[in-house]
Design a protein around this ligand. Structure first.
Ligand code: UDP
Length: 475
């Protein structure tokens, strides 16, 4: 007999960073297409950045969910202050901003959630990015099902989840951290300390970022459900280890082209079509796509060597230079004269719809900082990666791509970086036997993640199980 569960209504809070907002938007669309009502909440600062980018590109539609709503999905949109005026420069005053994020922002969220529920008592769930530290107490206060959304790999989740073991075994937060292999984390067969997330490699371990991590991973242990933007077949052990303790569901890849919605940051249609037209003139698999994400600073030395190495490699490329549309971070600059030197071999774009560009048949490789969204998108499109990790989870993501899945090469083995290494690695990625092997391996991983979102795929099954469990919990 069919049960008549109420329609779940979730209020959703992404983290205020591009790499977190993007998958959260796609998750919102996915859940709404499976019957959820979603009230999606961005900070006013993020909202302003999105609007700014849309109007710069003459896109009048300032509502990121307009398309989804037109196709009948029940997604509402709200904004909340992060506690600072819009004119406050959050990048230049990072410390103050993070203090506010930890101590002031939760009160604004609390007030907003109270108002939303007062206006519409159907709200039953709270979906919040795992990096928030307040969801469990808020969920308890308003009697909501607490769903934590993790936008990075399960491996990274697992390492943060077991910080106590890393401390106990002297691999983190000791005066002289051990440098031997870590082989005692449940679900992680072995990992070298160099592959840990950058925060776990620091000697000062009581910074504000560390406080966020400690609080967030205390809080997530009280969540009713955890959703992870990964694929079970790719991270089976890491997922199983957490599942032994809490309900976790691998529901990835949550990507734009699988949902109904395009890029949330508008791209100038003209520059996007210029980019496609330019790619149309290039042979299949011959162009390298270069992007280091929205937040990761590339230092001056590395920029120079990367640019000169690209020139030496003679490979054609598309380089996204300012993907910081959702933050007020300073962008990095190309060496003087570089744009004149590249002639028709390279296209430098301020922003593009990444997944659309890398799915063009002319793209044969991705020089990436290994942001998790970029990794998933690259695999989705079957494009092997040249890995240049910079911060946070990127070194750990690199391990998955290169060591575990063999779908990429390292560009981080030798320090300092030289243009000759850049040239050599680009040529191994793009041509010859090594490129062939990488493409073959990448094909296998691509198939796994495509299968996962098929009707009978693991991610599709997990999301259905999750929805079923949520409905039971609401009841
Ligand atoms: N992105 C994009 N256009 C660009 C550069 C980036 O659409 O020109 C998107 C990209 O597709 C990905 C996100 O921005 O979804 C970047 O996330 P990722 O986790 O790779 O890196 P982060 O910016 O968080 O470091």
């Amino acid at each position: 007999m069919e049960t008549t569960h109420p329609k779940p209504h979730a209020v959703m809070f992404p983290l205020h960073l591009q790499g977190h907002v993007i998958p959260a938007v796609h998750l919102a669309v996915k859940l709404a297409s499976k019957g959820f009502t979603i009230t999606f909440v961005n900070t006013q600062a993020i909202h302003r950045q999105i609007i700014k980018s849309r109007s710069q590109h003459h896109d009048d539609d300032q509502d990121i969910f307009a398309g989804a709503r037109k196709s009948g999905l029940d997604i509402r949109y709200k904004t909340v202050t992060d506690g600072f005026p819009l004119s406050f420069n959050r990048s230049l005053n990072r410390e103050q901003f993070i203090e506010g994020f930890l101590h002031v922002f939760p009160a604004h969220v609390d007030e907003l959630v109270g108002n939303i529920i007062a206006a519409d008592p159907s709200v039953s769930c709270l979906i919040a990015d795992t990096f928030h530290s307040w969801p469990s107490s808020l969920a308890q206060k308003y009697n909501l099902v607490h769903i934590s959304f993790w936008t990075e790999p399960a491996l990274v989740f697992n390492l943060y989840y077991h910080l106590d073991l890393l401390v106990k075994n002297g691999h983190f937060a000791s005066h002289d951290n051990r440098e031997d292999t870590i082989d005692y984390i449940p679900g992680v067969e072995a990992i070298e300390p160099k592959d840990l997330m950058s925060y776990l490699r620091e000697t000062e371990v009581s910074t504000l970022m560390h406080k966020i991590i400690y609080k967030a991973f205390e809080d997530v242990k009280k969540a009713d459900f955890i959703l992870c933007n990964t694929v079970e077949e790719l991270e089976l052990h890491a997922i199983s280890a957490v599942r032994g303790k809490q309900p976790i569901y691998a529901i990835g890849p949550v990507l734009s082209n699988i949902g109904q919605n395009g890029s949330i940051v508008a791209t100038s249609l003209r520059s996007q079509s210029d980019c496609s037209q330019w790619l149309d003139t290039k042979p299949h698999g011959s162009v390298l796509y270069v992007s280091f994400g929205s937040m990761s600073p590339v230092n001056e030395h590395d920029m120079e060597e990367l640019a000169q190495g690209l020139l030496l490699s003679k490979v054609c490329f598309v380089w996204v230079l300012r993907p910081d549309t959702m933050s007020d971070a300073e962008s990095y600059a190309l060496p003087v004269g570089f744009e004149d030197d590249i002639k028709d071999r390279g296209l430098i774009v301020p922003w593009c719809n990444q997944i659309e560009v890398i799915s063009h048949p002319a793209i044969g490789g991705f020089l990436t900082h290994c942001g998790w969204n970029s990794v998933l998108e690259s695999i989705w499109c079957g494009v092997p990666m040249l890995c240049f990790p910079i911060l946070t989870d990127q070194p750990t993501n690199r391990k998955l791509v290169v060591d575990d899945w063999r779908a990429g090469l390292n560009l981080c083995d030798k320090k300092p970086l030289t243009r000759f290494e850049v040239r050599e690695k680009i040529s191994s990625l793009m041509s010859g036997k090594s490129a062939e092997v990488l493409r073959e391996e990448m094909k296998k991983v691509k198939e796994i993640i495509h299968n996962a979102v098929d009707k009978d795929g693991s991610s599709e099954k997990r999301i259905c199980e999750f929805i079923c469990q949520v409905k039971t919990k609401i009841d």
